[in-house]
Design a protein around this ligand. Sequence first.
Ligand SMILES: Nc1ncnc2c1ncn2[C@@H]1O[C@H](COP(=O)(O)OP(=O)(O)OP(=O)(O)O)[C@@H](O)[C@H]1O
Length: 467
Amino acid sequence: MTEEPNNDAGQGLWQVCVEQLGQDLPEQQFNTWIKPLTATVAEDFSKVTVHVANRFKLDWIRAQYAGRISAMLEALYGQPVTLELALAHRESVTRTYVRPPSADRPGVQETQQITTSAAPEEPAAPGFRTRLNAALTFDTLVEGTANRMARSAAMHVAGSPGHLYNPLFIYGGVGLGKTHLMHAVGNQLLADKPDSKVLYIHAEQFVSDVVKAYQRRTFDEFKERYHSLDLLLIDDVQFFANKDRTQEEFFNAFEALLAKKSHIVMTSDTYPKGLANIHERLVSRFDSGLTVAIEPPELEMRVAILINKARAENADMPEEVAFFVAKNVRSNVRELEGALRKILAYSRFNQKEVSIQLAREALRDLLSIQNRQISVENIQKTVADYYKIKVADMYSKKRPASIARPRQIAMYLAKELTQKSLPEIGELFGGRDHTTVLHAVRKIAGERQQLTELNQQLHVLEQTLKG
Ligand SMILES: Nc1ncnc2c1ncn2[C@@H]1O[C@H](COP(=O)(O)OP(=O)(O)OP(=O)(O)O)[C@@H](O)[C@H]1O
C-alpha cells in the first residue's frame, strides 16, 4: 500500500471529510483543531494519515476527535478506513486508531498502536537533569473513566504551563498511574519546548536535598536550582509530614515558582485536607489550583492496559484472556503489570500460547487467594451489614429504596468482583432475571461516576471485601 500526498481522489475525500466536520462541530472547535490538519491518503483509501503540529495537539485530537474523523471517513468511503495520527514535522509518534465499537458495529474493536515512540529531547540547559523517565508519556498511558479528568488536566498543563490548574494536585491509591501522569506532563512539555527547565523529584529526595543544603550551608544553590524551574513535578508530598524545615523550603519554592508563572504538579496518596502533619498554609496552597483524583481502573480500562502492555512487549494477549486477568486483578495497575509479566514469562518458559488456561496456571497463587475471599454470599452479607438491612432482603422481593438500592449495589459488586455470569448472580439474588442484574450493574456503574458519596461507599465495601 502506498501513500500519495498529491493523490487527487484521496485529497478530495479528505476535503469533504473536513467540510462535513465543519458542519457538525462548533466553529471555534473546528477552526482550532480540525481546519489546520493536513492528510495523506493511501492510494486504495484504506488508510488516512493525519498530520498534527505537535504532541499535545496529537493527544487531544486522538482523545477528542479521532473517533469522529474515523467515522466520517468511513461514512464517506463506505468501508472502514484506518486513521493514523502523526506528528507533522518530526515523524516520531504514530498512532493508529480504528473506530471504536458501537451498537451498530459491535464487531469492530478499538485498537491503538504505538508504532514508534518518541523520547523527548533533553533540555538545552547544560548539566541540568530532569530525572524524567522518557518511557512514561501520554501515549503509553491508557485513558479510562478512572483517570480521564486527571489526564485531561495534565495534558492541559503540558500544553500551556503556568496558566490554568496551578498547582495541579493529583491524588489516589498506590499504583494507579500518578507518577506516570506526572512524567507525561514533563516529557510532553520538553517535546514541545526543549529549552524548558523541568524537574521531576520524589518528595523524599526533596527532603534529602533540604538536609544536604542545611548541612553544607548551600541554601543559595538550592534556591537557585528550585526557584528557576519552569515546571516542578513533585511526587508523594505526603512524605513532607512532620518535616518542618522541608515544608518551609517547599513553601518558599512554591511561592517563588507561582510568582514567576512556573507550573507545579504534585501527587499524594490523599487529597490536600486529608494530609496529616502538614502545615495548614501549605495544605491550602496545595488546594488552590486544581485537585483531581485518579480512581482504580474500571474493567475495560484494565483490559486495554493489559493488551497495550502486552503489545509493547511484542506479545499477543487475546482479548478473552485480558478480560479473565482484568476480572481477577482489580486493585491497581502495578499488580496488573505483575500479573502480565508472570503470564508472559510462563508462556515463554513453557513455549505455550497465551490462553485462559495458561493464565490460570501462571496466576494460580493469586487466584486461589482471591477465590477464597470473595463470594456472592460474602458480598451480600457485607453490603447488608454496611447498609444495616437483613441479609434475607438480598433475596426478598421487597422494593422500598432502602432495600432495593443496597441490593443493586450488591449485584454490581458481584459482577465486578466475582467470575459469576449475570444469570448466576440473578439466581443467587432470589431467582431474579439476568436483565434485572444487568440493569442494576449499569445503574450503579453510571451513578458511581457522578456521585462522590456512592463512590466512597463502594470503595469502602471493596476494601472490606478484598480484606
Ligand atoms: N492508565 C495507565 N496506562 C498504562 N500504564 C499505567 C496506567 N496507570 C498506571 N500505569 C503503570 O502502572 C505502574 C504504576 O504506576 P505509577 O507508578 O504511576 O503509580 P502511582 O500512582 O504513582 O503509585 P505510587 O503511589 O505507588 O507511587 C507504572 O508502570 C505505570 O506506567
